[in-house]
Design a protein around this ligand. Structure first.
Ligand SMILES: [Zn+2]
Length: 260
């Protein structure tokens, strides 16, 4: 049964000469489509080239909150709408307060810059009618408020690597947002309840490779083929047949990113 990896990072595999091996592993695991997610101007350029002649790999462009150092980087986004192969979304963008420096002053400045760059990218996505992939860590309220204020419709928003609780899931459900779970689901028990609370019509699955290797593949580095393990686990937690779970998330991913 075919499956889509809705969020992966492939540039490291490429630079290390391992990309062909990783893609053939994915093919053998029937991972027939992948969305490679941008984090900074360097990987945006890389993906725009890399996806040419690879019809099953799509890409996004966006400045990750931990890469949000200069507003000028955001001004490069329009260039990608002129590329031969265009990005399918803006992302991953958002807020990440997890790894901020402890010193308070630095913290405030970093947060303000993250917020400003996040808002700019939402404006760009909205103006160009593109969906957005959200990275949000230890910053739910600020992320949610900025999304509401952006005026973007909930069904154009995808929370990737979902790591919040059930109450946040309820808010996102009301908002109509899409949600994606990564391999952490297989080893973090507290993620099962939010998964079970999710709206099945808005549910996606991802590896976020090379990070977040699912059980039982730890401690190997994560790759798209390992999405099978997360799918198997999620299907079990939802009391669904694995094939049904794969086709459900396949359709949801195609719909969200408008993949053809
Ligand atoms: Zn990612």
């Amino acid at each position: 049964m075919e499956i889509i990896d809705s969020h992966c990072h492939l540039d490291d595999f490429f630079y290390e000469g391992k990309i062909e091996e990783v893609l053939s592993n994915a093919e053998r695991a029937s991972v027939t489509k992948m969305v490679a997610v941008g984090t900074n101007p360097k990987d945006w350029e890389f993906y725009a080239e890399f996806v040419r002649n690879r019809k099953n790999i799509f890409y996004t462009v966006g400045l990750h909150p931990l890469e949000a150092k200069s507003v000028e980087d955001v001004e490069q986004l329009p260039n990608f709408l002129e590329k031969e192969i265009k990005p399918v979304a803006i992302g991953e963008i958002g807020l990440d307060y997890h790894r901020l420096p402890h010193e308070q002053r630095a913290k405030d400045e970093t947060i303000e810059l993250q917020k400003h760059i996040f808002e700019k990218q939402l404006e760009f996505a909205k103006a160009n009618n593109l969906p957005v992939v959200i990275h949000s860590r230890q910053a739910f309220d600020d992320t949610f408020n900025i999304l509401i204020n952006s005026g973007m419709s909930g069904n154009r928003i995808l929370f990737h690597c979902y790591g919040y609780g059930v109450s946040e899931m309820e808010k996102l459900k009301d908002f109509g947002a899409f949600i994606s779970f990564a391999g952490t689901l297989t080893f973090k028990k507290e993620q099962v309840a939010p998964l079970q609370a999710a709206n099945l019509d808005k549910l996606l699955i991802e590896t976020d490779c090379p990070y977040l290797t699912p059980e039982p593949h730890k401690p190997s580095r994560n790759e798209p083929a390992f999405i099978r393990a997360t799918a198997r686990f999620a299907a079990k937690m939802l009391n669904m047949a694995e094939n049904d779970f794969c086709s459900l998330t396949y359709q949801n991913t195609e719909k969200f990113f408008n993949l053809k």
